[in-house]
Write a protein that binds this ligand. Sequence first.
Ligand code: BES
Ligand code: MN
Ligand code: ZN
Length: 489
Amino acid sequence: MNVTVSRELTLSSIDHLYVLVTEEMNLDLPARLRQRIERAVADSGFEGRSDESITILASTPRKITLIGLGKAEKVSHRGLRASIYALGKLARRNRDKKIGVAVCASFPSAVAEASTRLAADLLAHSDYKYDAFITSKEKKSRVDSACTLVAPSSLDRRAVARVAAQSSILAAAVRTVKDLGNGPGNTVTPAQLARRAQEVARESGIRCTVFDKKQIQKMKMGGLLAVNRGSAQEPRFIVLEYVPAGRRPKKTVCLVGKGITFDSGGISLKPGDRMEEMKFDMCGAAAVIGTLQAAAKLKLPHRIIGLIPATENLPSGTAYKPGDIVTTMSGKTIEVINTDAEGRVVLSDALTYSARFKPDHLIDYATLTGACVVALGAEATGLFSTDDELAARLVAAGEEVGERLWRMPVWDEYRDYIKSEWADMKNSGGRVAGAISASMFLKEFVTCPSWAHLDIAGTAWADTENAREAKGATGVGVRATVRFLEELA
Ligand code: BES
Ligand code: MN
Ligand code: ZN
């Protein structure tokens, strides 16, 4: 959906107005329109409960639909996400071409700007569909609708201009992530992922360096090479670097993303059921690319580095095997117990590589464990951190954009789970506390005192449509990380 943000709404130019409103019914709208709606509400018994909606037939615009948000004190950004997604679906079903949207919820004024930005960004995604490979005309032809989001009256002209510019930057970055994530494994190969990273870098003024297999061998990235051995596709190691123009960067932040473009499990082959979903195993990498895209376009004041180890994980006669011992770039050795625990193996080298940037904060994004999905489902990203303040900031940033993060422990006791008889550690700690033992493994390669690991296995894609989004890649990570970086002093 094409979204513009504006202080005024030209009613004659839209054919359907959608108003999201809480039970308190504070309609922040021009007086005549407000009165019109208040009359209809009184007649209809509409109470603004969440999920409740009514459509009023009017003259200009012809239709007004009210969607309830529930009690004001309970309105969350997560709730807003669901309401806006529902709105987008309704508009599609109604085949509206031009809609107006007003969000009449009194978010604290400090966050009104951020909320409006989020609303605009979400609206832009409310009709997102990955249709690059749909050839049938009927399936592809969707009404291309335009939307005007009415800014709350508390925002001045300059704030509205900022919201308009920033929301489109964010929506574009999230689109980058979704398109990469939804892209099939035969087109989103490590080389293609790298090429896309280079394209994004070129468009956004970021430096991008792509290392090929030879250079990866030279750097002795034994983890990435081991996982790559089963694949006919060469690996890539992608480095993105954004440096703010004309100023000393406030902070240096390294973002690392798992870039397994397809995860079959390797020799420890996964069951066939739903294996196709493992094309999403590069969503961490995509989140890093999208975050850098947004950060550069928003001209954030930090130096931000993106690091992506990219390979497929496939079985073959040359594939790495259970029992193999791999020497990583750090010099530490790994006993391979399960070739399906490949994410941590490739991330080990990227985490080691990150040390050369001496980051103030190191954050990694990975669809790392099924165990995290068992623990949290699709409702929250697993957060593992050695820095309480960083963890708290990430949780708060996530809350503001409707991306939940839930912290889990990385206590030393769990280190025992990955003890190996034959090497410095083993790559699987078994079923118990699987998301935590995976984090303990990563921690072995972290030297930055402020580290956070985000296990996005349950949140990177929706396996079916849910209340907040369509099936497929969600773009998780971008909005929360951008919010975190914006607040970082
Ligand atoms: N990419 C998977 C994790 C995953 C599974 C993400 C399902 C989303 C949905 C990862 O590489 C993996 O296979 N992990 C194993 C680790 C185990 C062998 C220790 C897992 O979770 O089963
Ligand atoms: Mn795996
Ligand atoms: Zn994987």
